[in-house]
Write a protein that binds this ligand. Structure first.
Ligand code: ATP
Length: 465
């Protein structure tokens, strides 16, 4: 619950404000002089401050206290209280960073409204600051496969242009990471990055979250709630899983895209916003259009630049790098000793199909750290992996015991071994001959000849991709 520091030299006013706020469920602290006020503020930062502009018998007046507070904790909102003769000082206080002011005598609901708004504005500012931090932390695309390198180049090109982007790709493939990168590399990088996930919201909530609410023109009515369109002002809004947006809302978004303005729910004024919209979808939007579930005009407005984020099984070469990154992160956040993967475990990860993509790989690395604790640098083995992943390892990678190599002459035994070995390696490298050749230590052309000789066809090379 929010704690409010009340500063006024008149005990009656102090007690009155205190009683109003406590009635509403806020916790309060009081101070009657500037010394007490600054000490209380330094002691523990309150959620907000109500401050009289004029304090008698104090070394500092309200503006002096305000300046100290804004220098030490600018995020704490301060609402000034002014008497008849001090209105000018109160207006002045706004220039020094006060959130708003209220004139004595005041009605309690007016005071409460201003306080609610100040607290809401502070919350929004801190959420945006937090989001910006998260942008910095999670806006890297790890991987050196051709698919990821190509995507990174496309991002570099499109990010500074400010144009709308439609991201397609399976769940967990990294669409949000790509959206964050586009934002971070754009001219809006200092603005907020806000995500609205249309799939997890009930259809009737989508518009409230998008447009926010306003209880009409009455200034004393319930304060409005800012929607994501407003919160993303000056920055980027990611509309995640856009295919799940109700048809009616899709029509309203078309209008927002047309004139960059909208009406809050229950309100009548048009709010102008300046934002870049990125949309993403794991589902096939063309199919949704054909089925009448997605508006074609919205599609064309969003898909100015379509970008596809490849699934993890299309870029198995990136698995070692990604797995190492997630193990390192897991060690850092958990405080557990850093670990590595045995080459056998790594190969098992590389032949797995990863229906949950990069997110699933990250979860498996977290799971390993918790389920199989060990010393720093100790390797996880294939049999440490979760059943459904480890189980494929021997079949895909080891020599099939049923082949009964010992019953065969050397030449045939060698063919069986080479066939199974090369099939497994091709699978690991997504059927890419150059990378497989590089890894097994053969010339590309020699590997081609070998595959032909062993009768390993194109269907094997494509692996399970
Ligand atoms: N190339 C990458 N490098 C590093 N981390 C990645 C990469 N791709 C994805 N991740 C991580 O994988 C997880 C899932 O990524 P993200 O949320 O971007 O996927 P998504 O495609 O938006 O999924 P969904 O559609 O389910 O929301 C995140 O933790 C993200 O940080």
């Amino acid at each position: 619950m929010s704690e409010i520091l009340i500063i006024d030299d008149e005990p009656d006013i102090r007690l009155l404000i205190d009683a109003i706020l406590r009635d509403e469920g806020y916790t309060t602290r009081n101070a009657g002089t500037s010394d007490d006020a600054v000490a209380a503020f330094r002691d523990r930062k309150p959620s907000m401050v109500v401050l009289d502009v004029w304090l008698q018998n104090s070394p500092l007046d309200g503006i002096g206290i305000l300046q100290i507070m804004k220098a030490e904790a600018p995020e704490v909102p301060v609402v000034m209280i002014s008497g008849h003769g001090t209105i000018e000082m109160a207006v002045n206080a706004i220039q020094f960073g006060a959130y708003d002011f209220i004139e004595k005598p005041f009605k309690s609901d007016r005071l409460l409204l201003i306080i609610q708004r100040a607290l809401e504005a502070a919350k929004l500012a801190s959420e945006n600051a937090e989001l910006r931090l998260r942008v910095g932390a999670n806006s890297e695309l790890t991987g050196s496969s051709a698919a990821i390198t190509g995507l990174r180049h496309a991002i570099e090109k499109v990010a500074p242009t400010g144009s709308r982007v439609l991201l397609s790709g399976a769940a967990g493939a990294g669409k949000e990471v790509v959206a964050r990168m586009i934002h971070a590399q754009s001219k809006r990088a200092d603005g907020p990055f806000v995500v609205l996930n249309c799939a997890i919201l009930a259809p009737e909530r989508v518009e409230v979250e998008l447009f926010g609410t306003e209880a009409g023109a009455d200034p004393n009515a319930q304060p409005r709630r800012a929607g994501v369109l407003e919160r993303a002002h000056g920055g980027t809004l990611l509309l995640d899983e856009i295919a799940d947006m109700p048809l009616e809302t899709q029509g309203k978004i078309v209008r927002v895209l047309q004139d960059q303005s909208f009406e809050r729910i229950g309100g009548s004024t048009r709010v102008k916003v300046d934002l870049r919209i990125i949309a993403s979808s794991a589902r096939d939007l063309q199919a949704a259009i054909a089925a009448g579930r997605f508006r074609q005009d919205l599609y064309y407005r969003l898909a100015v630049v379509p970008l596809r984020v490849p699934s993890l099984r299309e870029r198995r070469e990136d698995i070692p790098e990604l797995a190492a990154l997630f193990l390192k992160r897991a060690a850092e956040t958990s405080g557990l000793p850093p670990r590595v993967l045995s080459s056998e475990a790594l190969a098992a990860l590389q032949v797995h199909d990863w229906p949950g993509n990069v997110r699933q790989l990250r979860n498996v690395m977290d799971w390993l750290m918790i389920m199989h604790p060990g010393e720093a640098g100790e390797a996880f083995r294939a049999d440490h992996l979760p059943g459904e992943i480890g189980a494929h390892a021997p079949r895909a990678l080891a020599i099939d015991p049923l082949a009964d190599i010992m019953a065969l002459p050397l030449r045939e035994a060698r063919d069986v071994f080479e066939t199974q070995y090369l099939q497994a390696q091709l699978l690991r490298f997504g059927g890419n001959i150059s990378r497989t050749a590089n890894f097994v230590g053969m010339e590309r052309s020699a590997l081609h000849r070998k595959l032909k000789q062993l009768g390993i066809g194109a269907e094997d090379r494509a692996g399970s991709a």
